[in-house]
Ligand binder design. Structure first.
Ligand SMILES: NC(=O)c1ccc[n+]([C@@H]2O[C@H](COP(=O)([O-])OP(=O)(O)OC[C@H]3O[C@@H](n4cnc5c(N)ncnc54)[C@H](OP(=O)(O)O)[C@@H]3O)[C@@H](O)[C@H]2O)c1
Length: 319
C-alpha cells in the first residue's frame, strides 16, 4: 500500500481509503460481511475510513467504532460528516446557514459522531453539503474553530455537492478548511480545472469520492439493472440516466488496456493525479477490498492511456 500526504495536516494516508456509505444504508448490506471487509482492509494496510452520520443514522459510524476497537494498535484515520439540519441534499444557494449548519447543530452532531465511533477526538469532520454563499459567515467559522480548540476534531473538511466542484472555493480561502471531498473519476474530471490547483496552493487535502460513478465504472450495470425500493440508486439511475450511464461505460471498454479490469482502470486514472491524497471506493465485499487495494502497487498508468481517458470526460448538470 502506498501512502500520500493528507494536505497540510501532514498525515500519511493510504492512497486507497475506504468509503462506508453502502454498509450503512444500502439494501443488501450484511454487517458481519462489512466488518470482515473492513478488517481485511486494515490487514492489507488501509488506514483512512470515510463515514457519515446519515449512513444509516449512525450505523456506519458504529461499524467504524467496532473496527477501531478491534484494531487498537493501528493508526487508523477516521472521517465523518455533519448532516445538514434540514436533511436536504444537496444544499442550494437559497438555503440559509441557520437552516443547515447552525452553531449548536454543528456541535450536537460532532458529539453524536464521537459517541457512535467511540472516540474522544475525530480526525476529520466534514460538512456533508455546502453552499459557498455561507463562506464568509463567522458562525460556522467560530464553531469549527472551537471544535478544534477543544480537541473534538483534528481537521475540518467540506464534502462538496456532486458535480459542483467549485462550490467551496471561497470557503477554502478562509484557511479553516483542511480537506475537500469531491466526486472525481474518469467521467468527472471537472475538479481538475479549478479545485485541484486551489487545493495545491492552499495545502488542502483532496479526497476523491465515488471513483466508480456509483457503479457505472465497475462495468457491471446493464439496461435492466434495478434495485429494491428505497435504494438510492433508483434515484441516481432514474429515467434516462441508467441508459446514459451504461452507454458511457460501453464507450470506455475499447480503451481498457489488455489484462486490466474497468474498476482497476478507474482507480488507476485517479491515482495518476498527484493532487489526490486518497480515493475512497465504497466496499462491502472482501473481494472488492482485495481488488481495489491491489491497485496501490506504485505502477503508474501509462501516460498515453491517461490522455485517451480525457476524452471520456462527462460533465453533468447538477440540478
Ligand atoms: N455527499 C457525500 O459526501 C458522498 C456521496 C457519495 C459517496 N460518498 C463517499 O464516497 C464513498 C464512495 O462512493 P460510493 O460508495 O457511493 O460509490 P463508488 O465507490 O463509486 O461505488 C461503490 C460500488 O462499487 C462496488 N465496487 C467496489 N469495488 C469494486 C470492484 N473492485 N469491482 C466491482 N465493484 C466494485 C461496490 O460494491 P460493494 O458495496 O458490494 O462492495 C459498490 O456497489 C462512499 O462510500 C462514501 O464514503 C460521499
Amino acid at each position: 500500500m502506498h501512502h500520500r500526504t493528507f494536505g497540510r495536516t501532514g498525515w500519511r494516508v493510504t492512497e486507497i481509503g475506504y468509503g462506508m456509505w453502502g454498509m450503512g444504508a444500502w439494501s443488501g448490506s450484511d454487517d458481519d460481511e462489512s466488518v470482515a471487509s473492513l478488517e481485511r482492509a486494515v490487514d492489507l494496510g488501509c488506514n483512512f475510513f470515510d463515514t457519515a452520520w446519515i449512513y444509516g443514522r449512525g450505523h456506519s459510524e458504529k461499524l467504524l467504532g467496532r473496527l477501531l476497537r478491534a484494531r487498537p494498535d493501528s493508526r487508523l484515520y477516521s472521517a465523518s460528516k455533519i448532516p445538514p439540519k434540514n436533511l436536504k441534499w444537496p444544499a442550494t444557494d437559497e438555503m440559509t446557514l441557520e437552516e443547515t449548519y447552525p452553531t449548536d447543530h454543528i456541535r450536537e452532531f460532532t458529539e453524536k459522531s464521537l459517541e457512535n465511533i467511540g472516540v474522544s477526538t475525530l480526525d476529520l469532520m466534514q460538512f456533508h453539503t455546502w453552499s459557498d454563499t455561507w463562506a464568509g459567515d463567522e458562525r460556522w467559522q467560530r464553531a469549527v474553530e472551537s471544535l478544534k480548540t477543544e480537541k473534538l476534531v483534528r481537521a475540518v473538511g467540506i464534502s462538496v455537492n456532486r458535480w459542483e466542484p467549485v462550490n467551496g472555493l471561497r470557503a477554502l480561502r478562509t484557511g479553516l478548511i483542511d480537506a475537500v471531498q469531491v466526486v472525481h473519476n474518469i467521467f468527472d474530471q471537472a475538479p481538475e480545472d479549478e479545485l485541484f490547483p486551489a487545493c495545491r496552493e492552499l495545502g488542502v487535502a483532496v479526497i476523491a469520492r465515488v471513483p466508480f460513478d456509483e457503479g457505472t465504472l465497475t462495468g457491471t450495470l446493464t439496461m435492466d439493472s434495478a434495485w429494491p425500493d428505497g435504494d438510492f440508486r433508483n434515484l441516481y439511475f432514474a429515467g434516462d440516466k441508467l441508459r446514459a450511464s451504461v452507454e458511457h461505460a460501453e464507450r470506455l471498454r475499447p480503451d481498457i488496456p489488455a489484462g486490466m479490469t474497468m474498476p482497476e482502470l478507474a482507480l488507476r486514472f485517479i491515482l495518476a493525479n498527484p493532487d489526490v491524497a486518497t480515493i475512497i471506493p465504497g466496499m462491502r465485499r472482501r473481494a472488492h477490498v482485495d481488488a481495489n487495494i491491489r491497485v496501490s502497487d506504485g505502477k503508474p498508468l501509462d501516460a498515453a492511456v491517461v490522455e485517451r481517458l480525457r476524452a471520456h470526460r462527462w460533465d453533468r448538470n447538477p440540478r
